[in-house]
Design a protein around this ligand. Structure first.
Ligand code: GFB
Length: 322
């Protein structure tokens, strides 16, 4: 990708989409279209076609699609599935119609079978039942992969599918009930510290394990795949840190500075027991993660504090003008 490569990143408001836009802007490696308010509502196929007709992106990263943690997946399966299916149909269709030379579709590690052998290899996809708590969303992400494969087969389009590990970082959903484990725990540990609470509740048993990759590393991996991978097979974006949820909770509490005790609430769901990815194909292509887990957590919390302060000022300003 060069400074003149016409590029569109859908989902500029998503964790990875935003990190990817920031990366491409910082490195000046693309001529970006559809950033911020210019991004079309990709669940509206007509608006998406109109945008592609004007922007004519040569490279497309399809990161758009509502996502959330185990809480949101249990509460809003229809909205999650519908939003992801509509967006993927629109963007892949428009990318084919207007001749994008490369499209990278971001699926999700939850599309793997719940009990897949670890670390999960792409050959395991579709060989067993998915984790029930996120099955609607996971099926939509799985369908996106299959649609990419169908476009490749029928039209020879260079659409590749990437399965990222659990991402975290700035611009994530930090709501206590809707966010993924790291942002949700960070928000709750911060509030507990501010209130002087004696304990912080962690959902589930703490026993499940997850592989975490910092959003800036996932963005770098996406850009790397756009330039170096054209294969039929999907590719895992991992190489991150494999931790138990209990260890994640301890790390988050330590970074936030919450000194109380952790209480594990086993009435909340654990979700998939393990979710580590086999990312050897990506690593063998020459990509390497560049952030350590602790440093990435600290950078995320520093961003959270700035965003929180800005929001407090904004709210304060609103209150003052009432
Ligand atoms: O990150 P998470 O919500 O999603 O949960 P998944 C990971 C683990 O963290 C589960 C535990 O075992 C949760 O029980 N956990 C502990 C918490 N405390 C909390 C908390 O305060 N909030 C949350 N959310 N979890 C997601 C899918 O599965 O993986 C998404 O639901 C997406 O659709 C994502 O695919 C990549 O990792 O279990």
């Amino acid at each position: 990708m060069t400074p003149g490569t016409r590029t569109f990143v859908s989902g500029g408001n998503t964790l990875i989409g935003r990190a990817l836009i920031d990366l491409l802007l910082e490195e000046g490696r693309a001529e970006l279209f559809g950033v911020g308010r210019d991004e079309p509502d990709v669940t509206d196929s007509r608006a998406t076609e109109k945008f592609f007709e004007y922007a004519r992106p040569q490279v497309v990263f399809h990161c758009a699609g509502l996502s959330g943690g185990i809480g949101l997946n249990r509460a809003k399966p229809v909205e999650l599935m519908r939003d992801n299916l509509l967006g993927t149909l629109s963007v892949l269709g428009a990318a084919k119609t207007f001749g994008a030379r490369k499209l990278v579709y971001l699926a999700s590690s939850c599309a793997y079978p719940k009990l897949a052998a670890q670390p999960m290899r792409v050959e395991a996809l579709g060989t067993g039942a998915m984790e029930p708590t996120s099955e609607a969303y996971s099926t939509a992400k799985f369908a996106g992969w299959k649609l990419c494969a169908a476009y490749r087969r029928e039209f020879g389009t260079n659409f590749v599918t990437a399965f990222p590990a659990n991402g975290f970082g700035p611009h994530d959903d930090f709501t206590a009930d809707g966010g993924h484990v790291i942002p949700a725990l960070m928000r709750r540990a911060h509030d507990a510290k501010e209130r002087g609470d004696a304990e912080l509740v962690v959902w589930g048993t703490g026993a499940p394990r997850r592989e975490f990759v910092y959003a800036r590393d996932l963005a770098r991996a996406c850009a790397f795949v756009a330039e170096h991978y054209d294969g039929d097979a999907p590719i895992n974006l991992g190489g991150g840190t494999d931790l138990s949820i209990a260890d994640v909770a301890r790390e988050v509490a330590s970074v936030v500075g919450f000194r109380g005790r952790l209480r594990f609430d086993a009435t909340k769901p654990d979700g998939a027991p393990l979710k580590a990815l086999d990312s050897l194909p990506l690593l063998e292509l020459g990509w390497q993660p560049s952030y350590g887990f602790r440093a990435a957590l600290e950078e995320t919390y520093a961003w959270f504090l700035r965003a929180n302060a800005a929001r407090a000022v904004e709210t304060g300003r609103e209150l003052a003008t009432r």
